[in-house]
Design a protein around this ligand. Structure first.
Ligand SMILES: Nc1ncnc2c1ncn2[C@@H]1O[C@H](COP(=O)(O)OP(=O)(O)OP(=O)(O)O)[C@@H](O)[C@H]1O
Ligand SMILES: CC(=O)N[C@H]1[C@@H]2OC[C@@H](O2)[C@@H](O)[C@@H]1O[C@H](C)C(=O)O
Length: 369
């Protein structure tokens, strides 16, 4: 095994998550410390602006480059804050555009700068190979959930409620089915920001004070995405047009309706087999309105992943540590039932800019012959 730091800045635009993991890309050894370095309101605002018109931005755009540099330096800060003797970095970067139907997925972040600053090998660009091979490019976390849950009773569902919500369904005999399931926190975050100036609905207080509009909820659920079976994936902005449907609602009723949308999208997902338990990770598990809604709608027990000893805030960052090692070894990151790709594919690109030969060798020794 080697020591890997995984770095994830998710669709919630809350900050950079960094976590330490010992792994050989197949099994999971010890975990180390984890940290979140929050985005400043200024950087978050600039990133939101980029999201708004990412399809039109050229890779050389000066504002894009400036944001990418600032974002990368925040990742450097996160790694340094961990103060852990890593040998490899898995760097997801920030998704600014995800359109697998046009074979496009774009995670900004300067892997060369990161490896030069840290003097460590960096794996970046985890999703492009899958999209090029006809896959959805997401979710990639199922193979990590599978490794984590190798000795647990199945079928088991692992639900991540981040900016977007995604599901890994772990069946007996290593069967792995996955998809993005719905809006997660992104719409609720944007609504809370607009109505309260706070970037999320803390502890579900706003939603708890409102009434769900069944009319608006039904309209939101009529999106064709919900008719499709897995695998399927979402962009953070996928449902944003639906926000117009909420224009007549009060801040509280809008929040209640968006929380119900997140829950309904999960509960209505068409599953090829039923889990006996749901484990929930990601920031949404801190929202009691979402957790109560899920417990009410799903017919089997629902619990945060802490119930089985996992760290639900560090899981995605740990995942990109695991995937970095798989990438180095040329192992598959995605599978036909997780992203819709025809054959299992590996992904990620290794950057060794400015890395001393001995440090590079620790990692390159794991490359397939
Ligand atoms: N106490 C809380 N009450 C309500 N919501 C919370 C609370 N704590 C966190 N959240 C929600 O969790 C979100 C952050 O979740 P998380 O860190 O999993 O997102 P992410 O990693 O950006 O997402 P993704 O999985 O899409 O990449 C916040 O934006 C907020 O909506
Ligand atoms: C394109 C992209 O960045 N997708 C993210 C996003 O955030 C949650 C959900 O949408 C998931 O599909 C994915 O991240 C996780 C880590 C994944 O790939 O498994």
């Amino acid at each position: 095994m080697i020591r890997v730091i995984g770095l994830m800045s998710g669709t919630s635009l809350d900050g950079v998550d960094a976590a330490c993991l010992e792994t050989d890309g197949v099994t999971i050894g010890a975990t180390g410390p984890a940290v979140t370095v929050p985005f400043s309101a200024e950087l978050r605002g600039r990133m939101r602006d980029i999201y708004g018109h990412a399809a039109m931005i050229s890779p050389g755009d000066p504002e894009l480059r400036a944001v990418e540099r600032e974002l990368t330096l925040l990742h450097v800060q996160a790694v340094r804050a961990l103060d852990w003797p890593a040998e490899l970095i898995g760097f997801h970067g920030q998704t600014i555009l995800h359109r697998p139907e046009d074979a496009r997925t774009w995670q900004i972040g300067d892997a060369g700068l990161l490896s030069r600053e840290l003097g460590l090998p960096v794996v970046h660009d985890f999703r492009s190979a899958d999209v090029r091979a006809g896959g959805e490019g997401a979710p990639l976390v199922p193979v990590f959930h599978d490794a984590l849950a190798h000795d647990m009773a199945r079928p088991l569902a692992v639900l991540n409620i981040g900016g977007v919500a995604n599901l890994s369904l772990l069946g007996p005999g290593g069967r792995l089915v996955a998809c993005d399931v719905g809006p997660g926190n992104a719409l609720l975050d944007d609504w809370a920001m607009r109505h309260t100036g706070v970037p999320y609905d803390r502890d579900g207080a706003l939603a708890r004070a409102g009434q769900v509009s069944q009319r608006v909820l039904a309209a939101l659920m009529s999106d064709p995405f919900f008719v499709r079976g897995a695998p399927k994936s979402l962009d953070r902005m996928s449902f944003h047009r639906g926000m117009e449907l909420l224009s007549d609602l009060s801040a509280e009723d809008g929040a209640a309706t968006l929380a119900a949308f997140t829950v309904r999208a999960v509960a209505n997902t068409r599953l090829p087999f039923l889990p006996r338990r749901w484990l929930v990770c990601g920031g949404g598990r801190h929202n009691p309105v979402l957790m109560e809604g899920l417990s009410h709608s799903l017919t089997v027990p629902v619990a945060p992943v802490e119930a089985v000893g996992w760290d639900g805030d560090a899981l995605e960052a740990q995942c990109f540590a695991f995937l970095a090692m798989r990438s180095v070894r040329g192992l598959a990151l995605s599978f036909p039932d997780t992203t819709g790709v025809a054959q299992p594919v590996t992904g990620g690109r290794l950057h060794l800019d400015g890395v001393a030969e001995a440090a590079a060798r620790v990692v390159t020794a794991w490359r397939p012959a």
